[in-house]
Design a protein around this ligand. Sequence first.
Ligand code: G6P
Length: 440
Amino acid sequence: QHSIVIAGGGSTYTPEIVLMLLDNLDKFPIRQLKLYDNDSERQSTIAKACEIIIKEQAPHIQFVATDNPEIGFTDVDFVMAHIRVGKYEMREKDEKLPLKYNVIGQETCGPGGIAYGLRSIKGVVEIIDYMEMYSPNAWMLNYSNPASIVAEACRELRPESRVLNICDHPIGLEDRMAKMVGLDSRKDLTIRYYGLNHFGWYTDVQDKDGNDLLPQIKSYMAENGFNLNAIGKETRNSDPSWLHTYDMAKFVYELDPNTIPNTYLKYYLFPNTEVEIADANRTRANEVIDGREKRVFGECRKIVEKGTAKETALEIGAHATYIVDLACALSYNTHERMLIMVENNGAISNFDATAMVEIPCLVGSKGAEPLSIGSVPTFQKGLMEQQVAVEKLAVEAYTEGSKQKLYQAFALSKTIPSADIAKDLLDELIEANKDYWPTL
Ligand code: G6P
């Protein structure tokens, strides 16, 4: 029986994760579930709804919602962290300020991602420290964004900590690939993948019997990218921005038809197209504020008013089951094969040993054991070297309080075409983030 704290309890992802945990109690029994958020007002609606859901489905679970770190982090085995420092107000700035300069406006890629990274580091490190202070034997499953920069900061600032950095995006892509070949879910696939977070490539996809599924996936990709409309399975997220992303994967794929790319590569490889189709007045942040935020808070309020969740439209976060898989692997030493961000350390033989790479690992009670990838081709290596340097410079800028290094990070990013633009944009982002960043 486990005890968990969800850090970032006020996130609109929290209810679907709670529902997913309740749906998996046979695999992963829970005795106590806590929500922790430093914004107790935001968390309260979500928490009240979660409390009702838990009472109805699993009354034996002790439920706690708090903004007090000692209460939140004492007596837990797992910290599940998905914090958003600066919330949607700052996400909007991350996306809109770069677009003023015709530069990619995105929450994890390019200057917006770097800006978000410099905000997140402090928050994530604070949560690691709470965990180590109050529950030193716990594991932190961290899927806070921007995951690449956050993972590098963990490596640099808390190298010995029991933190596993993981991302849900490949999970979603694998579910899509499974559907392309008529299988139910990612669980029916064995994959090989390498790269950085939101910056990688699948090199092998097999079914459980070892049959090579890549040829079939490739021929689907060449026509449709990751868009599942052609097989009538485009259901999960039909927001226009995501559909565009799935469509664009087809063009990213053309650059190396030997591999299946992560969709986020479009921001680095097709920045002009992405800027052209962007609306600087209405970005993804606005889509989420008007969509998911209203929907989830609305549903939670309904649950609280009615005092029951029996008819709720909130859904189980099915793709979030990777969180349970990871927790089970650590608790029960399952050696499940999962994509985790780990220090390269030779796994990619021709790449920086100190880079945080996203590669398949076997996860057991001692953590993640990376599988060997071998050497990667020049095209991918070149892109990865540039991007990893950006991420390292961003973390160094944070730790050293160095504006110079941040300027270098901006100038080096493939999403920013010229250093003079980098400089002006940096000045605007420093001003916008003055309540969050260290003094540079
Ligand atoms: C994917 C990525 C996450 C990202 C999310 C954004 O799941 O892996 O890193 O946070 O998309 O989704 P949103 O709906 O907030 O734009």
